[in-house]
Design a protein around this ligand. Sequence first.
Ligand SMILES: NC(=O)c1ccc[n+]([C@@H]2O[C@H](COP(=O)([O-])OP(=O)(O)OC[C@H]3O[C@@H](n4cnc5c(N)ncnc54)[C@H](OP(=O)(O)O)[C@@H]3O)[C@@H](O)[C@H]2O)c1
Length: 252
Amino acid sequence: MPTRPVVLVTGANQGIGLQIAREFVAYGHVVLLGSRDLARGQAAAETIGRDAHALQLDVTDGVSIAAAAECVRRDYGRLDILIQNAGISNTRRRPDQAIADYAKTIRPSNVPMAEMRAVWDTNVFGALAVYQAMLPLLRAAPGARIVNVSSGMGSLQSNSDPAYPWRSLFGPVYAASKTALNALTVAMAIELERENIKVNAVSPGPTRTKMNGYTGTETVEEAAREVMRVALFDPDGPTGTFTRWENETIPW
Ligand SMILES: NC(=O)c1ccc[n+]([C@@H]2O[C@H](COP(=O)([O-])OP(=O)(O)OC[C@H]3O[C@@H](n4cnc5c(N)ncnc54)[C@H](OP(=O)(O)O)[C@@H]3O)[C@@H](O)[C@H]2O)c1
């Protein structure tokens, strides 16, 4: 069993999650790269080095989650840091369809229920299911941390301001799934506040990844900064926060 901290990053075979995994290994931690496709997780882990290990983990699959938790228990006996990064924005947008055009097809009045369920299954129920499965392992670590990778697009207060630039994109699918993830973050932080396990939400900012067809303005290195800062809080650091780089509070 390693004495170094053990980190699980969900959805770490590409994008922001892969960068977070890379940075934790550089920091000296042992990192498990959650990947729903094990081979892609292994290929990603190989690009990092020997302290990066792939772990088959589909956050929408209870059997996969239970097996992943059992692997962590068997191999490490605890989990020091859980980064809930896995996420999807949609299942239906055509590659050639502008995000603004797609947004018109997923308003409250016309959103297909299947689309909403698919995205919430990953971004909301997936995060809750992984939390439940990993909690015994987090409790077995001294001062564990959870970071939920959210989005400023889910801020109800921001979207209530007519001047907020992303407001036209606020809808029941992706943005509201991040609102729900924020609510889970607060509930988890309240549940664990007496156990010295911190739970915080972070918004990486608009980042060039597959999720948005590489149209974001930030690099994955910039996106990972706040996640790393929050995950590595001092023992007396806060819980139940929602921030973007660097320690800028985002209203819920
Ligand atoms: N990019 C941005 O501008 C931005 C802004 C704010 C917040 N975020 C958040 O940042 C996080 C990472 O996104 P990203 O931009 O890095 O996107 P990405 O490159 O598309 O990566 C998403 C990751 O999540 C994984 N994933 C999707 N569904 C999964 C499932 N059911 N089980 C396990 N893993 C699953 C993907 O796996 P596959 O490779 O198998 O699809 C992939 O590894 C997401 O939570 C996203 O909402 C991103």
